[in-house]
Write a protein that binds this ligand. Structure first.
Ligand code: FAD
Length: 487
């Protein structure tokens, strides 16, 4: 039987991947309906506006700007018009438990000097590291726009890539070939936490995130991260997409005519094809009523958002604080499923670059603490949350020289359980399915459903993976697969 012609596409979920796929398809002439459980778009890239403060609640790093530019181009738009990006001169400050600090700059030579001060000989090895991870990035980037199955491993062209990707090594082991000190190995591997995996188990090819961050530079969208989903939604709307908010889909079924039926509490909708942007393991289990594979899940995070009524000296736009024992901290989260006592954490102060996000003279402070997902860990432990909050405030006091807590105007929190109740993210896995070797590339769930022709997946738990650039690439894979069917 030939594939059913597709004219009407339903997208379930308005995360960045769902929005990008919807806009691409609408630009290509499809009639697109987006169904979203929440009352506005963005998914994990959400925003809270309160008393003049604008808190981006999820992503904060714009890395790999090519992936962003590609989507706007594919929709016939100029990124500079729809998403103006500001370039950061200081990428981030790193704070070590011994009180020392290292800064990573836009200017690689300045960064090399910083590293040399911390570890003699590191400047030269830093250049080698960027050269080698740059080669890895060149090998990985085209793969991110292709859907793979395990069978593709037999393709000799793919096999040839394996040595460049250093399959078999971890990010930590790769960094250890260039940097002797634990301090610099931590600095060159912490990005694996952006995909919710410990650097001690993340496959070495995820070091491309570190390469992108150092060599391709860091950006911030003028007006905040929420400009990303907002601009994609606006493009889709201009091209005729219809968005249905407060509309949680409860089931997806194949109809006898070959189309799809989507059920919601009070309505039913039909479509020729469906793009599922809701998290893949949740969707398979709850929308398609299937048993799911024994997947591994990324970690969760605890987030604090503070509107602070005074400028905070000593902090940069992005700040990383390392635990006294990084290895023990990772073991606790990933192996023991216990809340950290002395965590590494990340502090985002976007008002350093973009004062428009807070009232004049005030600062936004967003704190992200990696914690175990809820598969084994159970409910969020109240005492541990308060302890972590005090520890963060104490470290900020040491760096900024002021009692930050007494200057907090507004506080919001996002607990691990909120990932389940808000986004339907199974086990509160912040970054979706884990990026272990056997859940990466060929082994990650594909963008096409194995059982239902015409059903596609876009988002952090499908190929190519989590983070805005991969999710944007995945939206092209799905849109191209639908276009290839003909209309
Ligand atoms: C705290 C945090 C920090 C991050 N930092 C970065 C960063 O700095 N840089 C970066 O690039 N990436 C970062 N990421 C990752 C990035 O935000 C995500 O990978 C990306 O936004 C996920 O997009 P998605 O397309 O998978 O959709 P999601 O964001 O998962 O959205 C899915 C949508 O589907 C909706 N939905 C679920 N079930 C249903 C249903 N039954 N019916 C209708 N709708 C439904 C949900 O409400 C949600 O809106 C971060 C993520 C988080 C949470």
């Amino acid at each position: 039987m030939s594939a059913r012609a597709v004219k009407r596409v339903a997208v379930v979920g308005s995360g960045v991947g769902g929005l990008a796929c919807a806009a691409r398809l609408a630009h290509r002439g499809y009639a697109v309906d987006v169904y979203e459980k929440l009352s506005r778009c963005g998914g994990r890239a959400h925003v809270i506006e309160d008393q003049g403060y604008c808190f981006d609640t999820g992503p904060s790093f714009v890395l790999m700007p090519d992936f962003y530019a590609e989507v706007y181009r594919d929709c016939g738009q100029e990124m500079a018009q729809r998403l103006p990006l500001l370039r950061l001169d200081t990428h981030y400050a790193v704070f070590y438990p011994d009180g020392r600090q290292v800064r990573v700059f836009h200017d690689e030579e300045r960064t090399a000097e910083e590293l040399e001060r911390r570890e003699p000989g590191a400047a030269r090895r830093y250049r080698d590291f960027l050269r080698d991870t740059g080669a890895m990035y060149q090998a990985v980037k085209p793969l991110m726009y292709r859907q793979f199955t395990p069978a593709a491993l037999a393709d000799v062209r793919n096999l040839r890539l394996l040595p460049a990707l250093q399959v078999g090594a971890t990010c930590w082991q790769l960094a250890g070939r260039y940097f002797r000190s634990e301090a610099l190995r931590c600095l060159m591997t912490f990005e694996s936490m952006f995909i919710g995996v410990s650097p001690f188990s993340a496959p070495a090819f995820y070091s491309v995130i570190c390469y992108a961050d150092h060599a391709q530079k860091l950006f911030h969208p003028r007006g905040g991260m929420y400009r990303i989903p907002a601009s994609l939604e606006a493009i889709g709307r201009e091209k005729g997409c219809r968005y249905h908010y407060d509309c949680e889909i409860s089931g997806i079924r194949r109809e006898s005519n070959g189309g799809f039926l989507l059920k919601q509490a009070t309505n039913e909708y039909t479509a020729d094809a469906v793009v599922v942007n809701a998290d893949l393991p949740y969707a398979r289990q709850h929308l398609l009523q299937r048993r799911i594979a024994p997947y591994r899940y990324s970690c969760s995070v605890m987030l604090f958002y503070w509107g602070v009524r005074r400028p905070l000296a000593g902090l940069e736009h992005h700040n990383i604080f390392f635990a006294a024992d990084v290895c023990a901290n990772m073991r606790r989260i990933f192996e023991d499923s216990r809340w950290p006592e002395d965590p590494s954490f990340y502090v985002h102060v976007p008002t350093k670059t973009d004062p428009s996000l807070a009232p004049p003279g005030k600062e936004i402070v967003y704190v992200l603490v990696p914690v175990p997902n809820l598969r084994q860990a159970g409910a969020d432990p109240h005492a541990a949350v308060e302890k972590v909050r005090q520890l963060v405030l104490e470290k900020l006091r040491q760096v900024c020289g002021v009692e930050v807590e007494q200057s907090i105007d507004v506080e919001h929190r996002f607990y691990p359980r909120d990932f389940i109740t808000r986004y339907n993210a199974l086990y509160a896995a912040t970054f979706g399915l884990s990026h272990s070797l056997f859940q990466s590339a060929f082994f990650r769930p594909a963008n096409t459903d194995p059982k239902l022709d015409g059903l596609y997946y876009v988002g952090c738990s499908t190929q190519p993976g989590t983070g805005i650039p991969p999710v944007l690439a995945g939206s092209k894979i799905a849109a191209d697969l639908i276009s290839a069917r003909g209309g």
